[in-house]
Design a protein around this ligand. Structure first.
Ligand code: AMP
Ligand code: MG
Length: 319
């Protein structure tokens, strides 16, 4: 979907150097959307305070408006203007920020945030990202940036600038190219409650990582629902059928291997789960663009970040 007009031309991919970061900052401050690299996946950013800018995100992604956005901030001080931090939230921010952990906190009553960002919820999802380009944009603009993944809603997340171009090229005035995302999976989302914590979306920061910091186990799991709308059954989905836990290749099927199962591509020949996470979405993009009629994926161990990999794969397999 196109929006308005711009003088830059749509789908402008530029290396994220100083000049490009300055240009991107100006676009963001003028209420435009910009696709940017982060350590998790590429994000589609807009001024979180500007309702029109936020509406452009939803329009570009064709994202349902009940699905709230994560707000990216420079540091914990900026986060405290948006969400209410209890001792648990403090401890998590101290341990994992900047980094791939999103905290869902009670919304500050006077938070300078467009309503659409939180989709009307009494809570807000906040993250302080570690990527230098994202940090520079936050610092230069002085803004909080709402930024979901830079892909059409429901499709495979982008971990390279060309993935963004393919999915949203016509809808975004500028795509900052910062190379491949190092983590390659969306942030872990944790809901902080009065009486504990819960993982709403598994990600690069594991449940064990969090338990090690806080010293106690999460509250019993809840049933996803609107509180974690990104947890919709079908998400991250290629255009072809996806089969999981496949041990051997078949004709016309693109096999994404892991460890000893070689496949047409291999998430990590050495069985390294962090490497597999970083390569997952790229492998799905390549498989989707191939001539094969279906995609198969080798078994991935359900441990550490493998839990987040299996979460994304399970949703990619639902059509
Ligand atoms: P995305 O940016 O596409 O990775 O999706 C962001 C996800 O953050 C949403 O799909 C929700 O699951 C989650 N999220 C954002 N705001 C909230 C909130 N207030 N409460 C719970 N989850 C949230
Ligand atoms: Mg997404």
């Amino acid at each position: 979907m196109m929006f308005g007009s711009n003088t830059l031309g749509n789908g402008w991919v530029v290396p994220a150097d100083d000049a490009a970061i300055t240009a991107a900052t100006q676009l963001l401050m003028a209420g435009q959307i910009v696709a940017i690299p982060t350590e998790t996946v590429y994000g589609l950013a807009a001024d979180a305070q500007n309702a029109e800018a936020v509406a452009r995100i939803y329009a570009a992604k064709s994202r349902p408006d009940f699905n709230p956005l994560i707000v990216h901030v420079r540091d914990q001080k900026a986060a405290e203007k948006l969400g209410v931090f209890n001792a648990t939230a403090q401890a998590l921010a101290e341990a994992f920020w900047p980094g791939p952990l999103t905290l869902v906190l009670p919304l500050q009553p006077d938070a300078p945030i467009a309503r659409a960002v939180t989709a009307g919820l009494p809570t807000i999802a906040i993250r302080c990202p570690a990527h230098s380009v994202m940090q520079a944009l936050l610092l230069k603009s002085g803004l909080s940036l709402a930024a979901p993944s830079a892909n059409p809603s429901g499709s495979i997340s982008p971990t390279r600038a060309d993935h963004v171009l393919k999915g949203l090229g016509g809808a975004v005035p500028m795509i900052l190219d910062g190379g491949s995302c190092s983590a390659g999976l969306e942030s872990t989302i944790v809901a902080v409650r009065d009486n504990g914590w819960q993982i709403l979306r598994p990600g690069p920061v594991t449940s064990e990582d969090i338990e090690n910091v806080l010293g106690y186990a999460p509250l019993a799991a809840i049933n996803g629902f609107i509180e974690a709308p990104g947890q919709m059954a079908s998400h991250y989905a290629p255009s072809k059928p996806v089969r999981l836990n496949v041990m051997a290749s078949e004709p016309d099927v693109y096999l994404i291997g892991f460890g000893a199962i070689a496949g047409d591509d291999n998430l990590s020949a050495t069985g390294d789960l962090a490497q597999a996470a970083a390569h997952l979405f790229e492998a799905l993009h390549t498989a989707d663009a191939s001539a094969a009629v279906a995609i198969a994926v080798a078994p991935i161990p359900h441990e550490g970040i493998g839990i987040a990999i299996n979460d994304r794969l399970a949703r990619a397999a639902v059509r």
